[in-house]
Design a protein. Structure first.
Lengths: 153, 268, 663
């Protein structure tokens, strides 16, 4: 039974660390586990490198949901980057919630290099949830006239 | 008030300080303005009342003020906390400032060292005023959509004048993130995304550092309650990480430290 | 203008079957700044790499994006290819079209759209890439080894034998450590000193080893390849160069009843002493707290009998500065007292002793010359009870961890006792027996089966004295928890192994991390077991975790080989993915305001303070500087910096921001 339903396809941006989640997503690939193609990964060395401003920027660029993921506590390649990141997230989430940003659109996860299946489940789950929420129209968008980062000569 | 003037006169006459930074009568009866008193004779201009709210520690980082030499600073609780936090952040040398703490009853305590400030601040009552508390709780209790609408409405009035930043004793960066343009983190003009980004960035940059003086929202020409954002984060940093900024000269920044068992129930 | 080349790989069918590679290349070719875009069956093959090299030369590319597999797979391959064609390796980025796209999605238009997105993001990033060059750090090829136990001795000898100078620092008067105190070693029962003392002598005579005994680390500054260590050489009270070690002073010393540390307080020593006869160096020290001369101002008997006039009563501590390129921490452990279990009566009853004390009783060089005689009256004990886990594995009363060696040394003690007192009755109370190791299980079986040691599975609740016997009350959990009572003549407690009392202070001094039990934290529990988080500092032995001699020696050799590896080049070459604090024109010098909140966020202590001075040397400003020899490039400081004054090379704010804008 087929319906011509054009379901809302959310745009997801994932900020991941190089050593655990990026490698975990690689494993999803090597294991040929399928998941929704809605997600775009931004690879950074460590969750400690993920500036909260980048999350706002992702929403401003039209992301309907954001995933932030790195090594499990104690597994950080840099030993403590994820611990620092976690504190930052705790405060950032509190502030987002207070100013009315929908926390159901910001997902945090630990996905190790061995958790290829978890990565696929995470993306699918976030996609389904955001699909139910619909497009994130309430978040202000980047205006077209806004200065772009200077192009390198 | 007279006690304050008297201390100012003595400190200037003895040459202990080169200037006293305090409050003078403002252009309206319900306003006070900061003033630099350089001579004992000028000390009569100093006032002390409920309108003397601005955190004067803000001025200490300005090169012109640095050039004045040793200062006495008329201080409230949050001024003292700002001094300690500035010291913890390597921005204030011990002995550069003599704090003149004015208690509710007008009694003046002279605090020549950071250690003396630490000791006094530890004894002062803590916490938000009832009015701030109520406003905070009211907004936090709004349904998500209304909360979003409330702040969108507030931030829509923001004109990006950065008075909040100028008034904050801990916004002393030589270059603010708003001035960084490679990349342009926050747009120069006032637009809904940029206004939201600026206000979130400001609050996050003060998380675990804010000393609850409220100078930011006092300075806001649009009357946006920016201080509430700081209060929310201060409360979270305190309950989650035990952060007590402005009570010690010891560097203990909640966002540059961690415990392996910090809360993480929201992380799957 | 940037001139970017985009190379889309089919990876055979791996990408090509799901993603329309030609369409991706075509779309990429239309992106601003892209001057060349092609697809090819196997980009990593030689012809594929040649496509890239030729395009770099012919089209004068300023950046390359390879849309292929994961960068974790082939980034080095393509970066090398770029470098070979004269393009800086760091101007090459990869878009992960296989693991993150073709392998995980169906053959749908969305999948090709995603591939185009991934390429566009990388094109925007690579436009902002800068050429980066490996960071070279000079290396001082001298190692500092802290601790002269078996771990430090092994590490020092290995490094010295590889031809590098070693500075070995030991805080006691002699090297040897705990191993010198042991009687025999499990599972071979060879004499500990017999295998150790030749190594000690080798250390003393090795031309590459400079030995500082009775010395401690005062401070350590610097970073990998370039440390400056200050060693406090404590005043011995004698001139080591003149002293011949004849021992006349020791024989004449009138203060003879000082409990001997080496004998675990079971024997005595004099105020001027060497810890044990085979000490290296064999030069005495004066224990000023007990020496009659220092206490009363009179005596100097030792000076009178010294044939070489080597005594120096007014000697002071000496601070020695050494430049080293690497440090091996091998500071060992101590045996915890039994304050956890006051009901065992240690300290109250003379005949309740620790395992280390039993070692001294069983040692031929010990206070009883190897005869098992109990401390109270010197009688040979007929019944001896050994209690395992007296402090370990008991989170409620003692320590939560397993001290690892007690099962084995308890079996050894029971065996040694039985070998020396044939009619004796040894009992062992234990929780379980952990005998993992080569010939270890066999060793324990031998104790039980051949030497008939009675093993009782259960804990001891109490020990008290009655009619000259120590009544040990316990329980046998294998016999329906039947209470057991043994009248013993001697009780030996297998007390826990804990770090040295000042382990924490030393770790703080060296800025290395330690765990809740004060054991040092290795850089990675599995893959970097001998390195500390701080580059250039290595660890060996029980200061890292409880371990036995073979493991300690293995770790020491491991640490030594890491040091030798480091010293194998004149310069250390490091990936340039490191954080950098910006520098600007005066009067700002840097947008950094010097709040140094990043300092504690750095897991590697790579943030330093730099004073910017005017011509007259006046400090104008203090700003942060990242030590590129130490930084590992996590970027935690970058995200923390409010004024965006720190950036991470290879993952700059500008690059990441551009990636987002391109989405």
């Amino acid at each position: 039974m087929e319906f011509a339903v054009s379901a809302f396809e959310p745009k997801l941006v994932a900020f991941v660390c190089n050593w655990c989640t990026y490698a975990g997503a690689d494993l999803t690939g090597t294991s040929r586990i399928k998941y929704a193609p809605n997600v775009r990964l931004i690879r950074l060395p460590c969750t400690g490198r993920i500036d909260f401003m980048l999350l706002l920027q992702a929403f401003g660029k039209g992301a309907d949901g954001v995933i932030v993921s790195g090594c499990h506590p104690g597994d950080c390649h840099y030993t403590a980057g994820n611990f620092h990141a976690r504190r930052r997230w705790t405060l950032f989430r509190r502030l987002l919630d207070f100013v009315g940003v929908d926390l159901r659109r910001v997902h945090f996860a630990w996905v190790s290099a061995a958790e290829g299946a978890k990565w696929a489940e995470l993306v699918n789950d976030v996609k389904t949830k955001i699909q139910a929420l619909g497009p994130y129209d309430a978040f202000p968008k980047r205006l077209d006239g806004r200065p772009q980062p200077a192009e390198v000569a | 008030m007279e006690a304050l003037r008297q201390r100012a006169r003595e400190l200037l006459a003895a040459g202990t300080v080169q200037a006293v930074l305090g409050y003078a009568a403002g252009s309206e009866p319900d306003r006070a303005r900061p003033c630099f008193v350089r001579t004992a004779a000028e000390a009569d201009g100093l006032i002390w009342n409920e309108h003397c709210r601005q955190n004067l520690a803000t001025y200490l980082q300005k090169p012109e003020v640095r050039a004045l030499g040793r200062l006495a600073l008329v201080a409230r609780r949050s001024t003292l906390r700002a001094l300690l936090q500035l010291a913890a952040e390597n921005q204030l040398a011990d002995g550069r400032v003599v704090a003149l703490f004015v208690a509710d009853d007008g009694a003046v305590t002279e605090l020549p060292t950071l250690a003396a400030i630490e000791e006094l601040v530890a004894r002062l009552p803590r916490g938000l005023s009832d009015a701030d508390r109520q406003e905070l709780d009211r907004i936090a209790a709004l349904p998500l959509g209304e909360r979003q609408a409330y702040w969108a409405g507030e931030f829509a009035r923001c004109i990006k004048c950065y008075a909040c930043r100028a008034a904050c004793p801990l916004c002393y960066c030589a270059r603010c993130i708003t001035e960084a343009n490679q990349p342009q983190w926050i747009p120069v003009s006032s637009d809904p995304l940029g206004n939201l980004e600026w206000n979130i960035a400001r609050a996050m940059h003060l998380a675990g550092r804010c000393v609850d003086c409220g100078s930011c929202s006092d300075a806001c020409p649009e009357g946006i309650r920016l201080d509430l954002l700081n209060h929310v984060l201060a409360e979270e940093a305190r309950t989650q990480f035990g952060a007590e900024p402005g009570y010690s000269v010891r560097k203990d920044y909640a966002l540059a430290s961690f415990k392996p068992d910090d809360k993480q129930e929201y992380i799957r | 203008m940037p001139r970017i080349g985009v190379f889309i790989c089919h990876c055979g069918e791996n990408i090509g079957a799901t993603v329309d590679a030609a369409a991706v290349a075509k779309a990429a070719g239309e992106l601003p700044g892209v001057v060349h875009a092609v697809d090819y069956k196997y980009m990593c093959s030689d012809p594929g790499q040649n496509l890239i090299k030729e395009a770099i030369r012919e089209k004068k590319l300023t950046g390359v994006v390879v849309g292929a597999c994961s960068p974790r797979m082939h980034e080095p391959t393509f970066r090398r290819a770029c470098a070979e064609a004269g393009l800086n390796a760091f101007l090459c980025e990869m878009a992960n079209l296989r693991e993150h796209c073709s392998w995980v999605h169906e053959k749908l238009p969305e999948t090709t759209e995603k591939a185009i997105d991934l390429v566009r993001v990388m094109v925007e990033k690579v436009k902002r890439n800068r050429p980066l060059f490996p960071i070279n750090v000079p290396i001082t090829k001298t190692a500092l080894v802290l601790g002269g136990g078996i771990a430090g001795i092994q590490a020092a000898l290995d490094i010295a034998n590889a031809g590098h100078p070693v500075v070995l620092v030991e805080r006691e008067a002699s090297i040897g450590g705990h191993m010198a105190q042991l009687s025999e070693t499990f599972p071979t029962l060879d004499c500990s000193q017999c295998i150790l003392t030749p190594r000690m002598v080798e250390v003393a005579q090795h031309p590459n080893i400079r030995l500082y005994t009775y010395s401690e680390l005062e401070s350590l500054e610097g970073f990998i390849g370039n440390f400056k260590a200050v060693i406090r050489k404590k005043a011995r009270g004698i001139d080591e160069a003149t002293c011949t070690g004849c021992g006349a002073c020791i024989q004449k010393c009138p203060t003879k009843k000082i409990p001997s540390e080496f004998n675990a307080h079971l024997g005595h020593r004099t105020a001027i002493y060497v810890p044990f006869p085979q000490a290296v160096p064999n030069k005495p020290v004066i224990d000023r707290a007990h020496c009659t001369y220092y206490r009363t101002g009179k005596c100097k008997l030792c000076e009178r009998v010294c044939p070489t006039k080597a005594l120096r009563y007014d000697q002071e501590d000496l601070l020695v500065e050494v430049a080293v390129g690497a440090v091996v921490v091998a500071t060992g452990y101590e045996v915890k007292g039994t304050d956890f279990f006051p009901e065992y009566g240690y300290g109250r009853y003379k005949d309740v002793i620790t395992g280390l004390q039993f070692e001294r009783l069983a040692s031929a060089s010990g206070p009883t010359l190897g005869a098992i005689r109990r401390p109270s009256d010197g009688q040979v004990p007929e019944t001896v009870v050994f209690i395992a886990c007296a402090g370990s594995r008991d989170p409620a009363k003692g320590l939560h961890y397993c001290s690892k060696i007690c099962c084995m040394y308890t079996a050894k003690h029971a065996m040694l006792y039985k070998h020396k007192v044939h009619h004796g009755r040894p009992y062992v109370f234990y929780m379980d027996i952990r005998a993992g190791g080569k010939m270890y299980e066999e060793f324990v079986r031998r104790a039980i089966e051949e030497d008939q040691v009675s093993y009782i599975r259960g804990r001891v609740s109490r020990i008290y004295e009655k009619n000259g016997k120590l009544i040990v009350k316990g329980v046998d959990t294998l016999l329906n928890s039947r209470p057991v009572e043994i009248a013993a003549d001697l009780v030996v407690l297998a007390t826990a192994m804990v770090p040295q009392p000042d382990a924490e202070a030393l770790a703080q001094k060296m800025k290395i991390s330690y765990d809740g039990d004060r054991f040092l934290n290795e850089a990675h529990p599995k893959l970097r077991p001998v390195e500390m988080n701080t580059a250039g500092i290595f660890v060996a032995g029980a200061c890292q975790a409880p371990k036995d001699i073979p493991e300690t020696v293995a770790q020491a050799s491991g640490a030594a080989s890491k040091v030798i590896g480091l010293f194998s080049k004149d310069e250390l070459s490091r990936e340039p993915v490191v954080a950098v604090v910006n520098r600007t024109a005066p009067p700002l010098f840097s947008t950094c305001v010097g709040c140094f909140l990043c300092e504690t966020a750095c897991p590697y202590q790579a943030i330093e303070r730099e004073e910017i001075k005017d011509r007259n040397g006046n400090v104008l400003k203090t700003v942060a500087r990242v030590n590129q020899g130490v930084c590992q490039g996590c970027g935690t400081c970058v995200a923390l910096c409010r004024s965006k004054s720190i950036d991470l090379q290879g993952f700059t704010n500008e690059q990441v921001f551009a990636e987002l804008v391109a989405l």
